[in-house]
Ligand binder design. Structure first.
Ligand SMILES: [Zn+2]
Length: 406
């Protein structure tokens, strides 16, 4: 526990089951990239982002005496947006985090579109389409499908996510890398309707129809006209291989270790998941520009040959742990200290390479010396200093991991 006169962190009061929200707000306060993004948000149209900025700034106040705030001014803003009440019973921290991200994302989309319409009406210079709304926690995956019968690969589909949910296996031990690998594996799907197999079959069946044959010559199986589609034999199915890859990776990556087991009743999976301070992911970015359709929220397609793999490195900024059962438990947050220069005596030899690299990128931050107690463990109003090793030891309870690109 923090002593008087020594630097400490602002805690959050727990009136009744508030730990789910307290832990999330503390975690979000440890991500400088998020705080920088919130500065760009519009006061009127992006009310949740503004409420979050206020909360984060209050939580990051450098103090040397115990201090605790209530999370409710922020939660009341969420209630106002959805015109509903958040009950005082137990809630899932992951669901709250997703709701916060989704609301900030949606408010940003609306604000960007309104700004675009405004510029058009005032005849100010603008791009041809609304700019793609960008939030620093939205990443994309892509699915590549290959038909085992004909080898056809339709254009890949791109999906976005705000939180990366990983299934934790029902074993006693695993690693974060293994959980990530199971998301990005290749799966076989039977009885899939391959457009190309059905198209080839149609061509074979209709050799006597010269007019149809000529039309079919110019058709791309991926963009079958509706009248041709009705002629296809839907009974033709094949086995496909579906590979999921990471596409665009955002500056902030939140990993949710899904620990729910449903066997009649819901229970909690206490599998030990070895977590890492640094992770490196491979993204397959598109070297072609995002299309106008994409900005309007539709799914674009990119040919595989335009994909360039690149490595993206992340560093752990915060971790939310959950202890107890599926129904009843307690959330705590481990968060990396925001580095206040008054705390640090810099010695280049004693700072590890990763820390220096991170500090150069986020030049307002100064790294702590390796091995120092540069993390806070926060359980509502209780605050302890700790080292990264203690964070990484929380293998049975680790629930949400907030990573930041470095
Ligand atoms: Zn096929």
């Amino acid at each position: 526990m923090s002593r008087k006169g020594k630097s400490t962190a602002v805690g959050l009061l727990n009136h009744a089951n508030d730990c789910f929200a307290n832990s999330i707000l503390q975690a979000l306060a440890s991500v400088p990239t998020l705080r920088n993004f919130l500065d760009e948000c519009d006061d009127k149209q992006e009310s949740l982002a503004c409420a979050l900025k206020e909360m984060i700034d209050s939580l990051n106040e450098p103090i040397t005496y115990p201090k605790a705030l209530s999370v409710w001014p922020f939660l009341h803003e969420l209630e106002a947006i959805y015109k509903s009440r958040i009950s005082r019973s137990q809630h899932d921290a992951h669901e709250l985090l997703h709701l916060i991200f989704e609301t900030i994302h949606d408010q940003r989309v609306k604000s960007t579109r309104a700004e675009h319409a405004d510029r058009l009406s005032q005849k100010k210079p603008t791009s041809a389409s609304p700019a793609t709304p960008i939030v620093p926690f939205e990443s994309y995956t892509q699915d590549i499908i290959t038909c085992a019968t004909c080898g056809y690969t339709p254009p890949m589909t791109i999906s976005s996510f705000l939180v990366m949910s990983l299934n934790v296996p029902n074993t006693w031990h695993t690693t974060l890398d293994k959980c990530l690998a199971s998301l990005l594996n290749t799966e076989c799907i039977r009885d899939f309707g391959c457009d190309n197999c059905r198209y080839t079959d149609l061509k074979r069946r209709t050799t006597n129809n010269i007019e149809l044959q000529q039309r079919l010559e110019d058709i791309d199986p991926a963009e079958m006209p509706a009248d041709i589609e009705t002629l296809l034999n839907k009974a033709i199915v094949s086995t496909i291989a579906k590979k999921t890859l990471l596409n665009t990776l955002s500056p902030i990556l939140v990993v949710h270790l899904s620990r729910s087991i449903f066997t009649g009743t819901a229970s909690r999976n206490s599998c030990r998941v070895e977590i890492q301070e640094y992770i490196t992911l491979t993204s397959y970015q598109n070297s072609v520009e995002k299309t106008e359709e994409f900005a309007a929220g539709q799914t674009p397609t990119y040919p595989a040959q335009f994909q360039t793999p690149s490595k993206v490195r992340y560093r752990l900024a915060a971790m939310v742990r959950h202890q107890g059962t599926h129904q009843h438990g307690h959330y705590e947050c481990y968060r990396r200290k925001m580095n206040h220069p008054i705390e640090v005596s810099l010695s280049n030899e004693s700072i590890d390479g990763d820390g220096q690299q991170f500090a150069r990128k986020h030049h307002n931050l100064i790294p702590w010396k390796t091995g120092e107690k540069d993390w806070w463990r926060i359980s509502d109003t209780l605050v302890w200093e700790c080292r990264i090793d203690e964070v990484l030891k929380q293998t049975k309870a680790a629930y949400l991991l907030l990573y930041e690109q470095c």
